[in-house]
Design a protein around this ligand. Structure first.
Ligand SMILES: [Cu+2]
Length: 170
C-alpha cells in the first residue's frame, strides 16, 4: 500500500474527531462510526488531543475481484500502549473492522454455516467498527497490551474471501 499518503489523512481525521467532540453539536450524519470508535478509548482516554494518538497504524480493506478481498495492516507489529488505526475502505462494498485478542492465527479461524467466522475459543473481542462504506476512512484508538491479535471483516463471506490479518503488540 502507499505509505505516505496515509499520514496527512490521519492528522485530518484526528482533527475532525477533536472538532466534533469540542463542538459537541454538529449535525453531521456521518459521525456514528467514528464516535463509537472514539468512545472506547478507556486507558488514557481522558485526553482528546492529538497527542494521545500513540502509534499510528494504517489499515486498508477492499475487494480485489468478486471472489477475493483483502485487509492489510502497516505496520503489523507495534509497541504496547495507545494505537490509532486509520482504516480506509478502498473498495466499493461495506466492510467492518473487528479486533480480537487470540493466539489463533488470522487464517486459521473456523467459518460457520452462515459464512461468517466463529469466534475462536478464548478469543476476546476488543472492538468492532461496523458500516465502513466504500471510500470511507475511519479512525479507531485503542490501548493494547502485548499479545497476538487478529483483525477480520465479518460481513457474510468476507473472511472466506481473505479479509483478515494478523497483528502483534510487543
Ligand atoms: Cu468486508
Amino acid at each position: 500500500m502507499t505509505r505516505n499518503k496515509h499520514l496527512p489523512k490521519v492528522v485530518v481525521a484526528a482533527v475532525a474527531v477533536a472538532l466534533v467532540l469540542t463542538a459537541c453539536g454538529s449535525s453531521e450524519e456521518s459521525s456514528a462510526a467514528p464516535a463509537d470508535a472514539e468512545a472506547t478509548t478507556d486507558a488514557g482516554g481522558s485526553d482528546t488531543t492529538t497527542e494521545s494518538e500513540g502509534t499510528l497504524v494504517a489499515v486498508a480493506v477492499g475487494e480485489t475481484d468478486v471472489n477475493t478481498q483483502y485487509m492489510t495492516v502497516d505496520p503489523a507489529s507495534v509497541p504496547a500502549g495507545t494505537v490509532t488505526f486509520t482504516i480506509t475502505n478502498e473498495g466499493a462494498k461495506e466492510h467492518e473492522f473487528e479486533v480480537f485478542a487470540t493466539d489463533v492465527l488470522a487464517d486459521q479461524v473456523e467459518i460457520g454455516d452462515d459464512d461468517k467466522i466463529i469466534d475462536p475459543e478464548g478469543a476476546e473481542e476488543i472492538e468492532e467498527v461496523e458500516g465502513i462504506e466504500g471510500g470511507d476512512t475511519v479512525t479507531l484508538t485503542l490501548d493494547l497490551e502485548p499479545g497476538h491479535y487478529i483483525f477480520v471483516c465479518n460481513e457474510v463471506g468476507h473472511y472466506r474471501m481473505g479479509m483478515y490479518t494478523d497483528f502483534t503488540v510487543e
